[in-house]
Design a protein around this ligand. Structure first.
Ligand code: GLC
Length: 747
């Protein structure tokens, strides 16, 4: 009987719309949608535009009130719908109370923030986390970011950044999941699920925001904010899917990009924001512009004044104007003069209110204004444990000659050299977009290594040189220590200042004096382990030719020192794989694994094929590459049938054995090639991956299923099709080493 009553009650709740099934491609319950319409009917044009106006606050200053007089007046007039960068449970609660008690419409405001990889517990940069090839772990990492962000009063996270990036000159490659659409889509979905949790209405969830829509990572020359110009086929096959994956995973918001695509700025593109996003994909959530992107339509020179910029942006389908203040100050007159239809305003307001209802703010505007939660949850030890685990799994072993690694904890003397090894640059270890309030949160490399060693081991430390300066050389001091040591650990790379937004570079060598320091250490003849900490692929040809062990450690967050020491001393066998190709030189860029054949594929001895005179075509390290302290052998790749019909699926199996001396994890990667098609197809495309662990001597069979959609592509008519013909299947531990088989698709 009791069960029946609960069921009836739940149905009533559901029907009433309070437990609305929440997908951003469906409207909320009819009751809630009707409620939204009734609110809009009561609003003045200024109050409507207020919902489309977002202002910024000074980040992380939770000690003082965060709004000046003008901002407070705008808030009280109902002219602010959301805030950027204001957090702190008490302060957001104070501001919300003004919105709920001192405005006419009493519509809750939303607090947005960039919690790209952790809030107070900073986890590895997203490019590092993608190196784990572990979506479940990435979801857990996003989950702790959400829990801490919500505890700090945030409602809305401007993440995940899902831009595919094939150009390491672009500093924002650090914020995404690398060059591949399949891996990038898996990571996008994992992060959205982590941020939004199982139920958006539950405490500890944040609204996700897939950004930057669209194709921001395709900037010409890798120069930030630069022009993007590519075919619709490339957009649909490479750049669009991660945004779609984020929406399919439940993301309620997107952020429009700064860049134009083929002559039309994204933030003014009706095709992008309405025809594709709303009509074709059915997205019912909201789009917020990137920072001043509406004003920047003037710089793109597609609007003659700010009113026109506002009309173009809003009419395209960009609902919220982030900090330009054009919507709020210019569009009421545009509506009154008939230049802008009020229905366009109403539709944008409808989407903003829909998201606020979906997030439960109308039921509980103070849901995240709980200072006691903030104290309890920020930098919680359980969160640090997740940060350490994902940092370990993000580390990629690039070279390990004569198994110099793992190091023995009974080593007598270790020279620890480099500007990123000491405590001075702990903030840089957190990487770009890490609002670490206190570098003391970060475990430095020297601290992590010290925690592994007894007093029997002497660690001789010197920074050797500045991180990014030609002055302050300490190379001679560092060399002296190296000469006294049994092994040198050189920790070199980039500061967080040269990574992330507005951080494009033309030279990707180890910066300033760091390479000179490394060469001087190399001259001592001592065994060297190079640890690279960076936010992008660097050009490491000399290092690869001369240094016996190279560890790609990215920027790993608060648990850097512990995670790195776990790997260097063998408490964790590295399992990371590169989510992005490492070029030999900048001259090779863009270089990525899933390239086309061309009409003259490179033939070693044939000058007249697609090649360079002064460099191999191959990268230094290929997509998907990463070594282990053990070795894995692949054999017996099979398909479940030699031929299938176009609408059938096919299974692929492969045997993997651990042929080495210790247990380890391997990311088994499945690629396909459509051998002949009516449109040129890449030489290979990632269509599956599985991370497995194997004890020494253990063997497993791994199975994949390829669905028709995995075999499809956009044909000459831009329709997604599967064409008959043969497919080659590649399975291996990276995109360049594999075993293969074939199958055929028949009509
Ligand atoms: C920045 C970034 C964007 C971020 C926004 C708000 O310019 O492009 O990723 O979310 O402004 O900080």
């Amino acid at each position: 009987m009791r069960k029946e009553i609960i069921k009836i009650f739940a149905v009533a709740f559901f029907a009433h719309g309070l437990l609305t099934a929440q997908s951003p491609t469906q409207l909320l319950s009819p009751h809630t949608e009707a409620k939204i319409d009734s609110i809009i009917k009561l609003m003045t044009i200024d109050e409507k535009l207020g919902q489309l106006n977002q202002i910024g606050g000074t980040w992380y200053d939770t000690k003082t009130e965060r709004l000046n007089e003008e901002q407070t007046a705008l808030l009280k007039a109902g002219s602010i719908g959301s805030f950027l960068g204001i957090n702190g449970a008490a302060e957001t609660g104070r501001i919300q109370r003004i919105a709920m008690e001192e405005t006419r419409m009493k519509i809750p405001v939303m607090f947005g923030a960039d919690i790209i990889h952790g809030f107070r517990t900073i986890t590895p940069i997203p490019l590092a986390e993608a190196s784990s090839w572990n979506p479940e772990l990435v979801e857990r990492s996003a989950r702790i970011a959400a829990i801490e962000g919500a505890a700090a009063g945030v409602h809305w996270n401007y993440a995940p950044m899902v831009d595919i990036a094939r150009d390491p000159r672009w500093g924002r490659i650090a914020e995404g999941s690398g060059e591949d659409v399949f891996l990038g889509s898996a990571m996008a979905a994992a992060r959205v699920k982590g941020f939004q949790g199982k139920n958006l209405l539950e405490y500890g969830s944040l609204l996700a925001c897939a950004k930057h829509f669209a194709a921001y990572g395709g900037a010409e020359a890798g120069r930030d904010y630069n022009t993007v110009d590519m075919s619709e086929r490339s957009l649909r096959e490479i750049y669009f899917p991660p945004y779609k994956a984020a929406i399919d995973a439940g993301a309620w918001t997107l952020m429009s990009a700064f860049n134009e695509i083929g002559g039309v700025p994204s933030s003014g593109s009706h095709w992008l924001m309405t025809d594709l996003l709303r009509k074709e994909w059915g997205f019912k959530g909201l789009v917020v512009s990137d920072y001043t992107a509406i004003m920047e339509l003037l710089n793109h020179r597609i609007a003659k004044d700010s009113t026109e910029a506002g009309i173009v942006g809003l009419s395209a389908g960009v609902d919220i104007d982030m900090v330009s203040r054009i919507y709020i100050y210019k569009l009421a007159e545009a509506v009154r003069s008939g230049k802008l239809s009020e229905e366009i305003v109403n539709e944008a307001v409808r989407r903003v209110l829909r998201v606020k209802f979906a997030y439960g703010l109308f039921n509980d505007p103070y849901r995240n204004a709980k200072p006691e939660k903030e104290k309890e949850l920020l930098l919680h030890k359980d969160h640090r444990a997740v940060a350490r685990e994902i940092a370990r799994q993000s580390i990629v072993l690039l070279k390990n000659e004569k198994s110099i690694l793992p190091l023995s904890t009974s080593t007598k003397k270790i020279a620890l050299i480099g500007p990123l090894a000491g405590k001075e640059h702990r903030r840089d270890l957190a990487g770009a977009w890490a609002w670490v309030q206190n570098p003391d949160d970060v475990v430095s490399v020297i601290e992590g290594i010290a925690s592994k060693l007894s007093s029997q081991t002497k660690v001789l430390y010197d920074k050797g040189c500045e991180i990014e300066s030609d002055s302050g050389s300490r190379i001679s001091q560092a060399v002296k220590l190296a000469k006294q040591s049994d092994v040198v650990i050189a920790v070199l790379g980039e500061s967080q200042h040269v990574s992330g937004e507005a951080a494009s570079k033309t030279d990707l060598d180890l910066p300033f004096m760091q390479k000179e320091l490394l060469k001087a250490l190399h001259k001592t003849g001592k065994p060297i382990v190079l640890v690279v900490m960076n936010g992008r692929p660097l050009t490491l040809q000399w290092e690869a030719d001369n240094i016996p062990a190279i560890v790609e450690a990215w920027h790993l967050g608060v648990e850097t020192g512990n995670a790195l020491a776990d790997v260097l001393f063998g408490d964790y066998n590295p399992s990371g794989k590169l989510p992005v190709t490492f070029p030999r030189s900048v001259g090779q860029i863009p270089i990525y694994y899933n390239h086309k054949s061309t009409g003259r594929p490179m033939v070693e001895k044939d000058k007249y094929t697609s090649r360079y005179l002064d460099s191999p075509n191959s990268p230094l390290y290929p997509f998907g590459f990463g070594l282990s302290y053990t070795t894995f052998s692949y054999s017996n790749v099979k398909v479940s049938s030699s031929s299938i019909k176009k609408d059938q699926k096919i299974n692929v199996s492969v045997d993997i054995g651990n042929s080495g001396k210790r247990s380890g994890e391997e990311v088994v990667q499945l690629y396909i090639r459509d051998d002949v098609a009516t449109v040129t197809r890449p030489v290979k495309e990632l269509k599956g991956f599985k991370k497995i662990s194997l004890n020494t001597g253990e063997k497993k069979t791994v199975e994949f299923t390829l669905m028709p959609d995995d075999l499809s592509f956009y044909n000459l008519d831009m329709k997604k099709v599967v064409e008959p013909g043969t497919f080659t299947v590649f399975v291996g531990g990276n995109s360049a080493d594999y075993i293969e088989t074939k199958f055929e698709v028949v009509e």
